[in-house]
Every structure is written in C-alpha cells, then in structure tokens.
Design a protein around this ligand. Structure first.
Ligand code: G3H
Length: 527
C-alpha cells in the first residue's frame, strides 16, 4: 500500500493523560489500545489492523472526580464561569479556537486512520468545526446585544438574559467524533455551563491533542475530559442525579438507558441527536441523472455512516427500471480506496460492520429481495461493497433497522400514500429527500412531509448543514434543536431580573448599571 509520507503512522500515539479540574494528570492505570481497521504490515510482515496507539481506560472513581470538578466549577450557579461576563467567556473561546487550529494536521490524520473518513471529508470536518465555533461566538454576541436592555410592561421592569443550566454530560458519535461532539460541547460551555466530556468509541485519539488547549483556555473544572467505556464512565455519573443536561449524539437506546439512571428525570434536560431512516421519494418526472447523483451521495457518503444518510429509496413504479439501471451502474462504478485516496468508499471503522451488513443482505435475500448490482456484497477484511436490494418488504430487517453502513434498500410504489404511511408508522422522523418537478404534486406533498419530518430536501440528498439551519427530528430521531443559534438556546434558560417601576427601584437599577457590580445586569454589549 502506498501511504503518502505525511499520513503514515511512523510511531503510535500514546496519550496517557486526562483533564480534570484544569489539571492534565498522567494516568497510570489500565489503557485501551486503539487499532485502525486499515491493514498494514505488522512487525512480522503480515498484514494486520494498524496499531495506532493507546488512551487511558478510566474507571468510575475518576468519572465521579470529573463530575465533582464540573459541579464545583458551576458551584450552584456561584462559580466564576457561570457568573462571568459574556465578553470574558467569549475571550476564552477565542483562545481555544486559536490553539485548536494548531492541531489540524494531527487531527485530520487521526480522523482518516481511526474512522476511515476520506481526506477531503476529514479536512472538512475539522474546518467546519472551527467555523462552527467562530459562528457560535458571533451568534452569542448577537444574543447578548439583544439582551442588553430593559423592558417595561404592566409597571414591571425586566432585564432578560439567557443563563446556563448547570452541569452537562457530553457524549458524541464515532462518525463525526470532532464535529458533532463539539457542536454540543462548545455551545454548552459558552453559555456558562460546565461539562464532563467522554470521547466516542472510535475517533478517541484525535481528541487527546486538544486537552492542553482546553486546559489553557478555560478556568479549572469548566471542561473535564475522561476516557473509557461509556458504561463505566457515564453510568455512575448519571446515577448521582447531578447532571442537568444530557447532551448526546448517538443511539436512542443509549440515551434512554442513561436517562433512566437519573433519579430526578424531570430535572434532566435532553439535547439528543439520534438515529434516523431518511427515505428518498422519487416521482415519475424526476430528473433521473441528477436524482441518481444525489442518491449516490445521500446513501453512500462516508459509506452511509451518517444519521442523515438516505437509508431507504422509494421509486415510483413508472421510473423504477430506469432509476435502478442507472443507479446500480453508478454504485458499481464507485471505487473503494484508502482515506487519502479520497474515494467515496473507504474502510469501515467498526470491525463487525461488514458481518452485520451481510446479515441484513442475507435476511433480505431469504425474504425475496435480490442484489441488483453485480459487485453488491463483495467482501474484503474491512469492507462490504454496497448492495442495492430490491424489492424490499416490511418484514425485512433492512427495512426496519438503521443500517448505518453500505447497503441500499429499495421499494417501489404507485400510490404516494405508500411511502407516506410508512413514514408515519416509522419510529423516526428526521428528513426526507423528494425528487420531482410537477408543482401540482410537489405542493401538497411537501405540506404533508413537513409534518412527518423536520427537513424536506427537494431534489437534494439529506444533510445536516449548513450548520446555521435547524437540525432536529421527530419521534425517536431527536430531542431539542441544534443549529448555531438553536444550540445556544438548547443549552440555556431564560432568566431575568424583574422589579416594580418605582423611583427607588429605578435608582437602584441605575446604580447597578453604573457601578458594574453585576455581570448579569448590564447594558454593555459587544460589537
Ligand atoms: O450523523 C449525522 C450527522 O449530523 C450528519 O451530518 O449531514 O453533515 O453528514 P451531515
């Protein structure tokens, strides 16, 4: 294999520290080895999963220490961070983003090796995250400018701001281990919350180079980063009842079991991005070449390992043959390569994923589906070539389960109520892609689809971005809304000072404003 020099792993990355209460402490306990599913020659010259390095495999006691540090930093709302001036919190975040940028090359390289994301998308993940932080800072300034005033209604003055909620447990997914995790963590802390953050199951080494940047940018205890198994770390933390916000992007089963551990569920705010089964609906008058192109990107970008991926295609019977013929050819023309080759298809980071996808294919075949593309189901040690399955029926696992990988179930329809009824019955409701031109058909269809999901993509594949747009879902697909602005709202609560409009109260307000004794009561604003 020809690995460009700048992307080769010359020596493993042994990261052996964790961040609790502003201290980068060396871990002398057990560690967890990190391997890539990309095979390279080992010491004995045999091809094997590449050894990338190790991270601490921490225990419940340290998880609780991290929680204590976050709770103490919040200090029941009295802490330095939650009471700090907005301008000062923003200054900390600006420092962080400057330090983060220095780590771009290492993080991009680790994204490729740890999760198999291609170079272009790995760079995009990093750059998009930096942009997200910068946009978050600007949006927060805007929110702060809007709050820098007094209202007077019904004889009551009010000074209304958005305040932090408390301590956040932040858990991100492996497919966007940097971007999605930071899309939770950054708005959470900038609003004055404090956090415990555990990196995802894959894409864990790439967080380690940022520990120093966190330490140098924020007061002790604001961000605490621990490594280990989700169950070992998150379970004891949730059981204490001291978590105010569970911020998780992942599977609803994890979100549910963590919620259930909290002794006072009514106090727990949820910010969740969960699984989805986004359909494409292809109408008879759709532009077939463009539809095929969008369906390739929608189903197979990052091998379909995106919550927004198209996970089932509904094709109108009139255009089924044409679509399937063009689509299967386009799928089989795709190249499987290494991340630095920038191919669409790259090794799957989960060692069991090819077997799981194989199970879905076998189950569908046993129940009457065919693999339409000749290369569908071809196996390598870390890959299974995307199979286009048709006709898929509701009793098949691939119809029900979120495959999160390279397999494409297709159904056909003549009555539009078929996909609409399926969507209404589905546990998910994130997005849909609708392909067609006739506004007589599209108009009423969009009206219905908008009530079944939270984003209708017309003649385009589903996606989260641009990040300024709301990202959410119905049913089991999400709780709360994330976008640059919405996330700041999700991680805060409106809180205000109110006082009756009397001369003596006005005098006190004036003195408070002039003296700058309060960071909360202020009409100063940032430009
Ligand atoms: O895994 C879910 C991601 O939020 C999808 O984001 O549409 O930008 O790939 P994306």
């Amino acid at each position: 294999m020809n690995i460009p020099k700048e992307y080769s792993i010359d020596s493993p990355f042994h990261y052996n520290s964790f961040l609790i209460n502003g201290e980068l402490t060396l871990w002398d306990g057990p560690t967890a080895d990190v391997h890539s599913t990309i095979h390279t020659p080992n010491a004995a010259g045999t091809l094997a999963p590449t050894y990338l390095g190790s991270v601490p495999n921490m225990d419940a006691a340290h998880a609780l220490k991290a929680l204590d540090a976050a709770s103490n930093a919040f200090d029941k709302g009295k802490g330095e961070w939650p009471t700090m001036k907005v301008a000062d919190r923003i200054a900390c975040m600006e420092r962080f983003v400057t330090l983060m940028k220095i780590q771009r090359d290492t993080i991009v390289k680790l994204l490729m090796w740890e999760i198999g994301k291609n170079l272009k998308d790995s760079e995009k993940e990093f750059d998009r995250t930096v942009d997200y932080i910068v946009d978050t800072i600007n949006e927060y300034k805007d929110i702060d400018r809007d709050s820098a005033k007094f209202h007077n209604h019904g004889g009551v003055f009010a000074h209304i701001r958005r305040g932090p909620i408390g301590v956040v447990l932040c858990l991100g997914p492996y497919n966007y281990p940097l971007n999605e995790t930071f899309a939770l963590l950054i708005p959470a802390i900038i609003m004055g919350n404090t956090a415990v953050f555990k990196p995802a199951k894959h894409g864990v080494l790439l967080i380690a180079p940022l520990l120093k940047a966190f330490k140098e940018s924020f007061p002790p205890g604001v961000v605490n980063i621990v490594f280990g198994r989700g169950r070992t770390i998150a379970t004891p933390i949730m059981k204490t009842g001291e978590i105010d916000v569970l911020a998780l992007i992942g599977h609803s089963t994890s979100a549910l079991s963590l919620q259930d551990l909290h002794p006072k569920k009514n106090r727990l705010r949820l910010v969740l991005g969960l699984e989805a089964k986004n359909p494409a609906i292809i109408l008879p008058d759709a532009d077939m070449d463009k539809t095929v192109q969008e369906c390739i990107a929608g189903t197979l970008s990052f091998n379909g390992q995106r919550c927004t991926a198209l996970k089932i295609l509904y094709v109108h019977e009139e255009v089924r043959e044409e679509f399937l013929s063009k689509f299967t050819k386009a799928v089989d023309a795709l190249q499987l390569g290494m991340p630095w080759d920038n191919t669409l298809l790259t090794p799957l980071p989960e060692p069991n994923k090819p077997d799981y996808i194989q199970e879905l294919i076998d189950d569908a075949k046993a129940k009457g589906a065919k693999v339409l593309n000749p290369r569908g189901g071809e196996r390598t040690e870390n890959y299974i070539f995307p199979a286009v399955l048709y006709p898929v029926t509701r009793d098949m696992r691939v119809y029900e389960e979120e495959q999160f990988g390279p397999v494409i179930p297709v159904m056909s329809f003549t009555d539009i109520d078929t996909p609409l009824d399926d969507m209404a019955a589905s546990s998910y409701g994130q997005q849909v892609s609708l392909f067609g031109k006739d506004i007589e058909k599209l108009g009423p269809l969009i009206d219905t689809l908008a009530n079944l999901v939270c984003r209708v993509n017309l003649n385009s594949s589903c996606q989260r971005g641009p990040d300024v747009y709301p990202f959410t879902g119905r049913k089991d697909s999400a709780v709360s809304t994330l976008s640059v602005r919405d996330a700041l709202r999700s991680f805060s609560i409106r809180t205000f000072l109110a006082t009756k409009d009397t001369d003596s109260n006005k005098e006190i307000l004036r003195e408070l404003l002039d003296s700058h004794k309060s960071n909360f009561i202020s009409t100063d604003y940032m430009l």
